[in-house]
Design a binder for this molecule. Structure first.
Ligand code: FES
Length: 133
């Protein structure tokens, strides 16, 4: 029989901006026309100085149930999103990742990590994701 699953309260961080203010989902999605695809918004996974930068993913006016770590798996630089070329491109040694954070070009050997996203009271909760990809 399958192992019993425990329904523990999720351990996660509230997504915040650089000033430490909580990200509000209704504001995040407001002003993004539904035709606009592939929006990537850089937030902090927790309070400033505590967590690491993460990209929230929205498409078609909906927040995805996953987020993409902005930390390059090569040597830890923060990887900017280039909305024009629709690519993550690391400024340190030029690794590249597709809009879902999958590795396109090294020297990084792995894709950007994924986190799970849960919306709670208009806030964004970032949680570890089981079975990363
Ligand atoms: Fe990103 Fe080296 S840290 S390519």
């Amino acid at each position: 029989s399958p192992p019993a699953r425990q329904c523990a309260a999720p351990i996660g961080n509230v997504a915040r901006d650089n000033q430490g203010n909580e990200i509000r989902v209704h504001k995040l999605l407001a002003g993004s026309p539904c035709s606009e695809a592939l929006k990537r918004v850089l937030v902090q996974n927790g309070r400033p100085g505590e967590g690491s930068p993460v990209y929230l993913v929205s498409n078609d006016c909906r927040l995805a149930d996953y987020a993409i770590s902005a930390v390059c798996p090569h040597q830890g630089c923060v990887v900017p999103w280039n909305s024009e070329s629709q690519i993550f491109s690391c400024p340190c040694h030029s690794s590249r990742f597709d809009p879902e954070g999958r590795l396109l070009k090294g020297p990084a050997k792995q894709s950007l990590a994924l986190l799970a996203v849960r919306v709670q009271d208009d806030r964004v909760l970032l949680l570890p994701r089981q079975g990363n990809r």
